[in-house]
Design a protein around this ligand. Structure first.
Ligand SMILES: Cc1cc2nc3c(=O)[nH]c(=O)nc-3n(C[C@H](O)[C@H](O)[C@H](O)COP(=O)(O)O)c2cc1C
Length: 193
């Protein structure tokens, strides 16, 4: 079994929907299983995080960076960092915010830098940008045009029943599936070695 942990924070439920879509993508890969871990439950899931083949990190963009509860999780994980417990695991990231940009890129850079501190191997989104030419549409996969991870946008005046959009959730599913496929492949290679 390929175990993929998804550690996320969501203040108002929008990023949680994105996290659930990432989990759907993971679970679509035969032999892979997603474990959704809200940051408040990270400590209780410490052993599972250390045992996971990959960890996908997700946070809403608040004030142009990861939310404070997610940063608390990052600092808590310095214990794993000391022992390099997550070294060579796959990592990836996603973020959601109200504005189309909203400085989400900075949040992904923060997540990728954090993964590098742990010695993890970053998996990019692996999609060409959508919605960037005359034939494009907001329904396109990767409509917000990210490369480093999965981006989503949720209107500030609507609840998580309305946003992120279907295309953003499909983009999140793609990321989960991509990480699970790569983690599974690495498991097969390790077994063969
Ligand atoms: C404290 C705070 C700061 C925010 N800062 C940003 C921001 O920098 N950029 C942006 O586009 N949206 C910003 N937002 C909007 C949230 O990113 C947006 O509402 C998001 O959908 C919340 O996700 P959640 O429901 O998972 O918490 C902010 C919201 C809050 C509460």
């Amino acid at each position: 079994m390929t175990a993929i942990a998804i550690v996320y924070h969501s203040g108002y439920g929008h990023t949680q929907r994105q996290a659930e879509a990432v989990a759907e993508g993971v679970n679509a890969v035969p032999g892979a299983k997603a474990l959704l871990v809200p940051v408040a439950e990270a400590e209780a899931n410490e052993a599972a995080l250390n045992a996971a083949d990959a960890i996908i990190f997700g946070a809403p963009t608040y004030m142009g960076s990861v939310s404070a509860p997610f940063k608390t999780f990052m600092d808590w994980s310095s214990k794993a960092w000391f022992g390099q417990a997550w070294k060579d695991k796959l990592a990836a990231g996603f973020t959601n915010s109200a504005s189309q940009s909203g400085d989400k890129f900075n949040t992904l850079v923060q997540l990728a830098t954090y993964a590098a501190q742990h010695g993890m191997l970053w998996v990019s989104l692996g999609l060409l940008p959508g919605n960037n030419n005359s034939k494009g549409s907001p329904d396109d996969l990767n409509r917000l045009g990210g490369f480093l991870g999965a981006l989503a946008q949720s209107n500030a005046d609507e609840g998580p029943d309305k946003g992120p959009s279907r295309s953003d959730l499909a983009t999140a599913r793609h990321l989960g599936q991509r990480v699970a496929e790569q983690a599974k492949l690495r498991g097969t290679l390790k077994q063969a070695a």
